[in-house]
Write a protein that binds this ligand. Structure first.
Ligand SMILES: [Zn+2]
Ligand SMILES: [Zn+2]
Length: 468
């Protein structure tokens, strides 16, 4: 399934012979939204106790790594941080993202055959523009890792499968316009759970249609329903997309005991899901049943990744046999699977039609984004330059108000696959708008991924910061 031994567009050849599963463990002792918040350090302390108790860390199949700090540049590749990276990315955020980078390096250096970054704070609700914390997230760890892999190792085609109970709306936003990153999220139906998005009609931007796929699951969906979606949609789509790398945003809050959601997934269900998906790298997202589920689900995933028999893995309150899938639910899921398989198959035609009709023009969308944790309201106007040769570049005007005041920013993002003409155009635009803008802006940003260079201009001090 994974195209590891073939040449890619970048001429890369990845041979992997390593046998071990890499683990990074970072509970972030000194970071929490508040001491009693569900996203707190105990989430990983119980997991750690369980792993030590079972002797998992001493097994020859496991290789443990220490996390490191992600650089500012690693974050600038993904986010426009307001007012700056230092404000949005605390040391804990940088270590969580850095933990994923350590696993990525170990994998690419053929030290491990797969790896799991058990880190917090989580990240999958953090969008491209980061004014504050949304859904417990400031910095999105998986995109930071994916963009690092693309820059450092030349990878291009990557799949991210988000198995958290909440829609991975931040990751979706970051890859909305990227046809080379396939983002698949299954989650509890957004009509019944935060963040209220992730419906089947959210399929990616005009030049990346069909590379975002969302499966809203009815509350109460069991192992049977989730594995049905995996077998009938996720695995066939991955087979056709042929990613060079599969990343799993591993949220454990689909578990039947999770206090923040209403699903009926078991620890062994998660382990089987992981075995079938066979991700190269898993990165921990949510999971708030910190004593009764998280240690067992994490254990199941590690065992599956390391090829250890998990058939005797049960939660202390084992309910696996008691939970039956509701009659009629698989038919409903079957409809969703058929719809999304169709969208995926048509993606090239859908994109070609946009190119034919709109090449050279700008396509806009306006949206409102709410940062529930930090209570910030943001209005965004996003403009995509439609190019006939590349995925185009992106212009984002953002106006946000919250307790820290009002910030008006303008962002220019050049994707890594951008054609030379669009690259020039976008860089010239940055220079123009820096010299003269009629709008009262605080900051102007340039995210230049082809040059791996990131600029931020402060209109008040008239100073430019360059991260390279
Ligand atoms: Zn979650
Ligand atoms: Zn172009």
């Amino acid at each position: 399934m994974k195209n590891k031994n073939q040449n890619t567009d970048a001429g890369l050849r990845v041979e992997r012979t390593a046998e071990q599963t890499g683990l990074v463990f970072f509970p972030a002792f000194d970071w929490a939204i508040s001491p009693t918040h569900p996203e707190r350090e105990e989430r990983l302390l119980y997991t750690r106790d369980q792993l030590f108790e079972e002797g998992i860390m001493d097994l020859p199949q496991i290789r443990q790594y220490q996390p490191r700090l992600a650089e500012f540049k690693d974050i600038a590749r993904v986010h426009f941080c307001v007012p700056d990276i230092e404000t949005q990315a605390t040391e804990a955020h940088r270590v969580a993202a850095g933990g994923a980078l350590v696993i990525a390096d170990a994998l690419m250096n053929d030290e491990i055959r797969n790896g799991f970054a058990l880190v917090r704070p989580p990240g999958h609700h953090a969008k491209r523009v980061a004014h504050g914390n949304r859904g417990f997230c400031n910095i999105n760890n998986e995109p930071v890792m994916v963009e690092y892999l693309r820059q450092k190792y030349g990878l291009r085609r990557i799949a991210i499968v988000d198995t958290d109970v909440h829609h991975g709306d931040g990751t979706q936003d970051i890859y909305w316009h990227d046809p080379d990153v396939l983002f698949i999220s299954f989650h509890q139906d957004g009509r019944t759970l935060y963040p209220g998005s992730g419906f089947t009609d959210e399929i990616g931007g005009p030049l990346a249609q069909g590379t975002t796929l969302n499966v809203p699951l009815p509350p109460g969906t069991t192992d049977e329903g989730i594995l049905f979606v995996l077998d009938n949609l996720v695995l066939p789509v991955l087979e056709e997309f042929q990613p060079e790398l599969i990343v799993n945003s591993a949220g454990q809050d689909n578990h039947y005991s999770d206090p923040l959601a209403n699903m009926s997934f078991s620890a062994r269900g998660y382990a089987l899901l992981n075995e079938k998906l066979a991700p190269d790298i898993a990165v921990l997202e949510g999971g708030y049943s910190i004593e009764t589920a998280l240690p067992y689900v994490n254990m199941g995933i590690i065992m599956a990744m390391a090829g250890i028999d998990y058939s005797n893995l049960y939660e202390p309150d084992n309910k696996e046999g008691l939970i039956k899938e509701e009659r009629g639910r698989l038919e409903k899921l079957g409809e969703i699977v058929r719809e999304l398989s169709g969208t995926f198959r048509q993606r090239k035609d859908l994109i070609a039609t946009v190119r034919r009709q709109k090449a050279g023009s700008m396509i806009q969308r306006q949206r409102q984004i709410y940062y529930d944790t930090d209570q910030i309201r943001e209005t965004q106007l996003e403009t995509l330059k439609v190019c006939d040769r590349c995925p185009g570049y992106l212009l984002i005007g953002s106006d946000a108000s919250g307790s820290r005041g009002r910030f008006r920013i303008y962002c220019i993002s050049i994707p890594i696959q951008c054609c030379p003409r669009c690259q020039r155009e976008a860089r010239d635009y940055y220079t123009d708008i820096r010299q003269q803008t009629s709008e009262p802006l605080n900051y102007l940003y340039l995210q230049d991924r082809p040059a791996d260079l990131y600029r931020q201009y402060d209109y008040q001090t008239k100073k430019e910061k360059i991260i390279e």
